[in-house]
Design a protein. Structure first.
Length: 240
């Protein structure tokens, strides 16, 4: 159900870097040089500088940032060391490479690395039944020799139906490598898409605001020429 691709090594020329500090490093970057460091279990850390153009070729290859490279230090006496690209720092704005870390390794010593899982094909449950393909575990950890690091594992999912799941245990281990990831880890699954319930327009009915008009007050009765109100005048006349 799965097949592997093996990674190949490439040679990358580096130079020993003697300058440190923000200004010298900024100057190197302006000249197309990437500062970096090489460290390993059997060596002291070495500050290096590498051509951004050559490093980009390695990182943009099919191996990407998992590349196994042979570092060639151009000095007297020159030396070569097999190494893995361990960390690459990019500028958050323009994506330029700012710094790179290499881990020197022994070609005869097995190591642990993470490799990507690439799904191939379109599941039957997606094409025929309208299912939804979910890719959960995108990398697995393997143990192997540095010269036998797979660049990835391709998993054929074309036969999956709705409800089918691919686990780590279903993958065929790469040649000369041992899978270390949890066998029960879910690689991918085909699921029935969730039905979207129409949103009910639960508009709250509010009572219209009643605007009550103020009653007009009756005008006060006018006084006659003697300063008496009409009602008082009528009362006197009725008593007379």
């Amino acid at each position: 159900m799965a097949k592997t691709k093996s990674a190949a090594t490439v040679t990358l020329a580096v130079q020993r870097r003697t300058t440190n500090g923000k200004r010298p490093v900024r100057r190197l970057r302006q000249e197309g040089i990437v500062p970096g460091i090489v460290y390993g279990r059997t060596m002291d850390p070495v500050s290096i500088a590498v051509s951004r153009r050559e490093l980009s070729k390695v990182l943009h290859s099919t191996r990407g940032e998992r590349a196994l490279v042979t570092l060639r230090l151009e000095e007297a006496p020159p030396w070569e060391k097999p190494a893995l690209v361990k960390l690459v720092q990019h500028d958050p704005v323009d994506g330029r490479i700012l710094h790179v870390d290499f881990q020197a390794i022994l070609l005869t010593e097995r190591l642990r690395v993470r490799i990507p899982v690439v799904l191939k094909g379109v599941p039957v449950g997606v094409k025929q039944d309208g299912g939804l393909m979910e890719h959960f575990l995108r990398e697995i950890e393997v143990e192997c020799l540095p010269t036998e690091i797979p660049s990835g594992v391709e998993c054929d999912v074309s036969a999956l139906k709705i409800g089918d799941t691919v686990h780590v245990r279903d993958l065929t281990p790469p040649p000369q490598a041992k899978i270390l990831s949890d066998p029960e880890g879910v690689i991918a699954a085909v699921q029935m898409p969730k039905e979207e319930k129409p949103e009910e327009a639960a508009a709250a009915v509010t009572e219209p605001e009643v605007i009550r008009e103020k009653k007009e007050e009756a005008p006060a009765p006018a006084e006659d020429a003697k300063g008496e109100k009409p009602d008082a005048k009528k009362e006197k006349e009725s008593k007379a």
